[in-house]
Ligand binder design. Structure first.
Ligand code: DAH
Length: 342
């Protein structure tokens, strides 16, 4: 009998390699399987061999069961890896062997958000409130409240995306002016309005259809262009961490009077000319101006009593300048190798 067990144990060794799990189960563990038969035979074994026989048989059973358990565990791990959540970050979907390396990646904030935080921190210290702009808006906030009546030719300057229901993806953060005047009025009003903007642009290294702006509004009694120049110069100097030379040149916006383009002497080449300033020595950074009386009135502020200034500065361009990024599209293409550098 013991001899027979030895023979079977050799057969099991071979079958563990050659048979799959259902075949192993059927051949050895089923009711009429080999092991069951051998267990039944125990009554015929000589009494002095019974103990050894039983022990050997049990060991063989354990070996087969372990093999089956191991293979079931492996199978369920493979199945786990196959369940892909297409909305999850890429590291969740990668195979287990790769994960430890990928999980070493610590999450980090996006370069644009790093710059936004830095800017907002400066404005907060200067006493400004913060209100995020909307990513979908209506004709009134995009145009009417900003002194672009229906049919005004300057509407074309803000060529953007419309839904069939007549909503608009805002082309600038000025869409928030009316809301901010009403929400934070009566003056004094100091508020910055950061948010995403969208324009119908053909993209290239310096143009994107989606970008960030930070709108700023300051309204009180007796506010002048001098205040505007001082405030904008101060926050830009703090942001770029250097003393700046500034210029104001004429521009056109329906929602300001007068309308200004704010220009800084290039802080990178000290106006000698470099690739950042396009070898002109100056960088046109933003539109700004004294808020038009019609805009104040539509925001519930009496223009006879109060005056104010506003600006809209683009964040993407500043991010490119500060971080030395050559192509604006990099900020949105989700390339992990690029983002890991920040
Ligand atoms: N919204 C303008 C643009 O994106 C920029 C701008 C100009 C904002 C003058 C202002 C302003 O608040 O007063 O082209």
């Amino acid at each position: 009998m013991i001899k027979e067990l030895e023979k079977i144990s050799l057969e099991i060794e071979k079958d563990l390699k050659d048979l799959d799990i259902p075949q192993l189960k059927k051949k050895y563990l089923s009711k009429d399987g080999t092991l069951q038969k051998l267990f039944k035979n125990i009554k015929d074994v000589k009494p002095n061999q019974k103990a050894e026989y039983g022990k050997t048989l049990n060991t063989l059973k354990v070996i087969i069961e372990e093999k089956i358990n191991d293979s079931q565990r492996e199978k369920s791990e493979v199945e786990d890896n196959k369940k892909i959540d297409s909305t999850a970050p890429f590291d969740i979907n990668s195979s287990k062997e790769k994960r430890p390396h990928i999980l070493d990646l610590k999450g980090s904030s996006h370069p644009l958000m790093q710059e936004l935080d830095k800017m907002l921190d400066i404005f907060q210290r200067m006493g400004f409130n913060i209100l995020e702009s909307r990513q979908i808006d209506d004709d009134f906030h995009m145009f009417e409240s900003l002194n672009f009546p229906k049919g005004h030719p300057a509407r074309d300057m803000y060529d953007t995306f419309w839904t069939e229901e007549g909503f608009v993806l805002p082309a600038h953060t000025s869409t928030m002016q009316n809301r901010a005047l009403r929400r934070f009025g009566p003056p004094p009003i100091r508020v910055v309005l950061p948010g995403r903007c969208f324009r119908n642009e053909a993209t290239d290294a310096s143009h994107e259809h989606t970008f960030y702006q930070i709108e700023g509004i300051y309204v009180d009694k007796g506010v002048s262009m001098g205040h505007m120049q001082a405030v904008i110069k101060e926050y830009l100097s703090q942001y770029l961490e250097t003393e700046l030379e500034v210029k104001m040149q004429p521009a056109y916006f329906p929602f300001t009077e007068p309308d200004i383009e704010f220009v800084i002497g290039c802080p990178f080449c000290k106006k000698v000319g470099c690739c950042v300033c396009g070898y002109t020595g100056w960088i046109e950074l933003m539109g700004c101006g004294m808020i038009h009386p019609n805009v104040l009135s539509s925001g519930g502020i009496d223009p006879q009593e109060y005056s104010g200034f506003a600006w809209g500065v683009g964040l993407d361009r500043l991010t490119l300048i500060r971080k030395g990024i050559k192509d604006i599209r990099k900020l949105r293409d989700g390339d992990i190798n690029f983002l890991r550098q920040f």
